[in-house]
Design a protein around this ligand. Sequence first.
Ligand SMILES: C[S@@+](CC[C@H](N)C(=O)[O-])C[C@H]1O[C@@H](n2cnc3c(N)ncnc32)[C@H](O)[C@@H]1O
Length: 251
Amino acid sequence: MCLKIFCSASSPRMVSLLINLSSENKFSQWWPELIRSALYPPESEVLPLLIENIFSSLSLQGKTLLDAGFGEGRFARLARELGAVVEGCDIDRGLVELVAGEFDTIECSLTSLTWSDEVFDIVLCSDVLMYIDDVNLAISELARVLVPGGKCIVGMVHPCFSDWAPDRPAPVDAARHYPLHEERYWIFELDKGRKIRVKQYHRPLHFYLNLLSRFFILDQVFERGALNLEDHADREKYNPVEYIFFQLSRR
Ligand SMILES: C[S@@+](CC[C@H](N)C(=O)[O-])C[C@H]1O[C@@H](n2cnc3c(N)ncnc32)[C@H](O)[C@@H]1O
């Protein structure tokens, strides 16, 4: 198995690479495969540990929890095992069908959640906001469906993660690069040369903090520590992604 990840703004080299790629933002075509095959150990091993720690500190027993953009359902499943009453939504019908029968799901966008106001004790939104154009609306929707004082867990690839732009050498470029609002692309090369292109939006850390603070009070920030891949048999294949999580309370 081989996974290489690149991300890019609009350099000529990467623009030419984007030609003839097969898929864009249809997560059902590659995300479950990525997760289930553990193609990406830094994420598949560490991110669930982080989420589990956050869940444990919130004590989920009997709480209503929305997993907004649940993907292949790994964290919704975990929340249910920890006693939460779980519902999920995702924009990708293929993923809604994939988890059918496991927990209640609705096919809808974070920008127009179908639930009425103040129905969930907890909302989880892991690794989703950076794929959404109207992020202001999405965050206001997450707040709307939470009860006052309810908890919101928002996670994303760290906006200051240097490999947001591997085609532009860090750290020389970093100071210029991190503050930008830019459209970027992850390009995944899966087995057998299968290439996936995923559009996302890089936004600076201060943008997210300022926006979240309109709706929420910040309880805690989690930044994943450096990974020790020294002992990993396939360490040459991986390009670890750094995550940041916010634990928030609805105002
Ligand atoms: C990288 S996956 C993360 C999945 C899951 N939250 C996790 O951490 O394992 C991003 C997910 O967000 C979903 N998504 C993207 N845009 C969305 C939107 N506007 N509304 C709802 N879900 C969306 C995708 O379909 C995909 O399932």
